[in-house]
Design a protein around this ligand. Structure first.
Ligand code: SF4
Length: 375
C-alpha cells in the first residue's frame, strides 16, 4: 500500500513555535493548486501503480483553502493515481476556519478524517503560542465537524509549554478526551531556532521546562489516555481501538509515500527525496516542468537507521525478520547484540520476533534509539 502527503503551505498567522514551511501569501493559492496538479502528473510513476490507501493534506493550514479547491485537488489525485475507494483521507484544519457548511462541504469533497489543531483549552496559552483561535472556537469546530458526519476526528495538543502547570495539562487532556474524538496526537513543545520562541530563548526571555517536569507531564498524558481507553500506539499518538491513523502507520511501516508541494518528503524503499522549501522556487521549477526535489539514494545503513528510528516508537516495535528481509542478516545480529542490555535492564522487551520499548524505555526513547543506530 502507498500514501500521498500534500503540503498546503499557507497560514494566516504564524504560531510562535512553528518551524514547518509556510507562507502568509494566501493570495497565491490558485496558482499553487495548478502547480501541485502539474507535480502530480510529473510524479505519476513514483508509486508504481501501488494502490493509495491514505492521503494526508497537511501544512501550513489546508483549511485556508475553500472546499471547492480541496475537491479539485482530490479529483486530480484520483485521475492520476490509483486511490483506493476506502482510502483514509485526512485534512488538518484550524478551528477558526471551520463552520457547519465548510465541514459539510469538506465531507462532500471526499475528506473522511479531520485533524483539528486544538493545542490547548486555555485561552492564555493559545495567545502565548500565537494561535489564532480560542478554546470556544475549538469546541464549536468539533461540534460542526461531528454534525457534518465526519466521525473520525483527531485532536492535536501540545504540552511542555513554559508556564503551563501539571494540573493545567491534566485538565487539557481530560477535556480533549471527554470530547467525541477517536485519535489524539500530543507533542512536547520543542523550541526551534528559527521561530519567535527560538529568538526569545536566545535573548534569555524564554526557558524550556525542566526534564523532570516534562516526564511528569508525559506520565499524566499516558495515564489519562489509558484510563479513558485510548491505546498508545506510538510515543505521541493515541487512539480508540480501530482508529489507528493509516497515514502514520504507513510511514512507520516503511511503506512508500509520495510528498507533493514545497518541503514535502517522499520515500520509495530505495531512496528518499524532498522538495525545495520555498513557494516561489517551487512554482518556478514547475513552470519549467521540473520536479523541484533532491534525491538521496539510501545505503543499507540508512535503511537500517531509518527503520529503527521509526518502528521503535510504535507499540509494534521492531520486527527482526523484517530487518533481515529488508536489510540483511548482519543488521539483525547487530541489533540483537545491542538490544540485549536494554532488555536486561527492563527498558525493552522481546516477544517472539518483536522488540519493543517498555514504559520505562519510552521515557528515554531518544537515547535508546540513538544507541541502536549504526554510526
Ligand atoms: S502551527 Fe500550523 S497554523 Fe501555526 S504557523 Fe505552523 S503551520 Fe501555520
Amino acid at each position: 500500500m502507498a500514501g500521498v502527503y500534500i503540503h498546503i503551505p499557507f497560514c494566516k498567522k504564524k504560531c510562535h513555535y512553528c518551524d514547518f514551511y509556510k507562507t502568509l501569501d494566501t493570495g497565491m493559492a490558485g496558482r499553487y493548486i495548478n502547480a501541485l496538479e502539474k507535480e502530480m502528473v510529473l510524479q505519476k510513476d513514483y508509486l508504481e501503480n501501488n494502490e493509495v490507501k491514505t492521503v494526508y493534506l497537511g501544512g501550513g493550514t489546508p483549511s485556508v483553502l475553500t472546499a471547492v479547491q480541496i475537491r479539485e485537488i482530490l479529483e486530480k489525485l484520483n485521475d492520476v493515481f490509483v486511490v483506493s475507494e476506502n482510502a483514509e483521507i485526512t485534512m488538518e484544519v484550524n478551528p477558526d476556519d471551520i463552520s457547519r457548511i465548510y465541514a459539510r462541504d469538506l465531507k462532500k469533497a471526499g475528506i473522511n478524517r479531520i485533524s483539528l489543531g486544538i493545542q490547548s483549552w486555555d485561552d492564555r496559552i493559545l495567545e502565548f503560542l500565537n494561535r489564532r483561535h480560542s478554546a470556544a472556537m475549538a469546541k464549536e469546530a468539533l461540534q460542526d465537524i461531528t454534525a457534518s458526519g465526519i466521525d473520525n476526528i483527531s485532536a492535536d495538543m501540545i504540552y511542555g509549554i513554559p508556564g503551563m502547570t501539571l494540573r493545567q495539562w491534566k485538565e487539557d487532556i481530560q477535556q480533549t478526551l471527554d470530547m467525541d474524538i477517536k485519535h489524539l496526537s500530543a507533542y512536547h513543545l520543542t523550541i526551534e531556532k528559527d521561530t519567535v520562541f527560538g529568538k526569545m530563548k536566545m535573548a534569555g526571555e524564554l526557558k524550556e521546562i525542566k526534564e523532570e517536569e516534562s516526564e511528569k507531564q508525559f506520565n499524566v498524558l499516558t495515564d489519562t489516555c489509558r484510563k479513558k481507553g485510548f491505546i498508545q500506539y506510538e510515543i505521541s499518538n493515541f487512539c480508540r481501538d480501530g482508529y489507528f491513523s493509516v497515514h502514520n502507520t504507513n510511514y512507520w511501516r516503511q511503506e512508500p509515500y509520495l510528498g507533493l508541494g514545497p518541503s514535502a518528503h517522499s520515500y520509495n524503499g530505495d531512496s528518499r527525496q524532498w522538495n525545495i522549501a520555498n513557494l516561489q522556487a517551487y512554482l518556478k521549477s514547475l513552470d519549467q516542468d521540473k520536479i523541484p526535489g533532491t534525491v538521496e539514494i539510501l545505503s543499507l545503513k540508512d535503511k537500517y537507521n531509518e527503520y529503527i528510528m521509526t518502528s521503535l516508537r510504535t507499540m509494534w516495535g521492531i520486527n527482526f525478520d523484517l530487518v533481515e528481509e529488508k536489510i540483511n542478516k548482519e543488521s539483525r545480529d547487530y541489533l540483537n547484540n545491542l538490544a540485549t542490555r536494554f532488555v536486561k535492564y527492563g527498558m525493552m522487551t522481546k516477544k517472539g520476533n518483536q522488540l519493543m520499548l517498555t514504559d520505562q524505555g519510552k521515557m528515554i526513547s531518544d537515547n535508546i534509539i540513538s544507541e541502536l543506530m549504526m554510526t
